[in-house]
Write a protein that binds this ligand. Structure first.
Ligand SMILES: [Zn+2]
Length: 148
């Protein structure tokens, strides 16, 4: 069982419990997993990474829509388990830079407003220009580009 399976199982189990306690049918992807396997073991074999992303997105949206009701369930242990797993995996994998155009800074090398943080975990990490590739240390502002 790999990390994706672990995370999928934790998310589906949590969502399944929420659905049961709220008496609100869970998204289809969760149902499909339950139907295949009484206890969730991981990503269904037919699910490729693109489908997993779509299904994960659907599940998370479903949870967000019910966040007020979910808070009242007080599933603290289940949530702590799920969130600590997410934090652990986040620190294990280098994520693709997340584009946040509103926060892009102006590059002092090429002048494009294209400097974004390529964050690895807990929002610290090196920033780099998406146009010319100039890099910036975490706390440097646009005047401190390393020019090689
Ligand atoms: Zn640049």
């Amino acid at each position: 069982m790999d990390d994706a399976d672990d995370l999928w199982a934790a998310l589906v189990e949590y969502t399944g419990e929420v659905a049961e306690r709220l008496q609100d049918p869970a998204p289809a992807a969760v149902g499909a997993t339950w139907a295949i396997d009484e206890s969730v073991r991981g990503l269904p074999s037919w699910m490729n990474s693109e489908l997993a992303y779509t299904a994960g997105f659907a599940i998370v949206s479903w949870l967000i829509d019910r966040v007020v009701d979910i808070a009242e369930l007080r599933m603290n242990d289940a949530e702590e388990f799920l969130f600590s797993l997410i934090r652990k995996l986040q620190s294990r994998y280098v994520l693709d830079p997340i584009e946040r155009p509103a926060h892009a800074r102006t590059c002092s090398v090429c002048g494009e407003r294209a400097v974004v943080v390529s964050w690895v975990s807990d929002e610290t990490g090196e920033a780099s220009c998406r146009v010319c590739g100039a890099t910036y240390a975490p706390d440097e502002d646009e005047d401190g580009a390393s020019r090689g």
